[in-house]
Write a protein that binds this ligand. Structure first.
Ligand code: GRF
Length: 187
């Protein structure tokens, strides 16, 4: 059994899509969803899917003893889907090459601290970019800097607003994140 540990802070549309895509897939399970936000929409999605939800506070998450909690679940892959806190070094080092993130732009542009959600799309449009997209990457000790596993592009049109661009990018995320996860689980 391959175990995917999900981390999310927001509305959870990626989590929902991942759960749908892996629903009833033999050999894949989700031991829990970890969130830092007790009001996150993803909690409802996780509960509806019958998954355990773990709400962590900063003190616990950044304390090395939290590794015991993660280790107990014995995950094969740690999947960040809109998780806003930086992953602590102890976790990156213990699960080297097994933590992935999705970013709603073409890294290395428009990444780093503070570059999340609408901030990303606003910056892309303000910079006059003609294309944006998604980046799925390994997580290392620095925000949005780990090895890139996959990028997919969308055109940025003159008529695009941060909202329309966000929709196009999110569609790509839903299309590709589960595929990359499946590839990693099988490798
Ligand atoms: C996505 O745009 C993802 O790229 C970013 O956070 C957002 C999460 O959206 N890391 P959702 O909560 O999955 O709807």
């Amino acid at each position: 059994m391959k175990k995917i540990l999900l981390f999310a802070s927001g509305s959870g549309s990626n989590v929902r899509t991942i759960l749908q895509n892996f629903y009833e897939q033999p050999g894949v399970s989700f031991p829990a969803i970890i969130t830092n936000n007790k009001h996150a929409g993803v909690i409802e999605i996780a509960r509806a899917a019958g998954l355990d939800v773990m709400v962590v506070n900063k003190e616990n998450f950044y304390s090395e003893v939290f590794i015991d909690v993660i280790d107990m679940m014995n995950p094969d892959l740690l999947v960040l889907a809109g998780f806003l806190w930086k992953v602590p070094d102890y976790l990156v080092q213990t699960y080297q090459g097994k933590i992935i993130n999705i970013h709603p732009a073409l890294l290395p542009k428009f990444g780093g601290k503070g570059m999340y959600g609408h901030h990303v799309h606003e910056a892309v449009i303000a910079a006059g970019e003609t294309e944006s997209g998604i980046t799925i990457h390994l997580v290392n000790e620095h925000y949005d800097e780990g090895t890139i596993l996959l990028q997919k592009k969308v055109d940025v049109l003159d008529s695009d607003t941060p909202e329309t661009l966000a929709k196009k990018v999110l569609k790509l995320e839903h299309e590709w994140y589960s595929k990359v996860i499946a590839t990693l689980l099988n490798s």
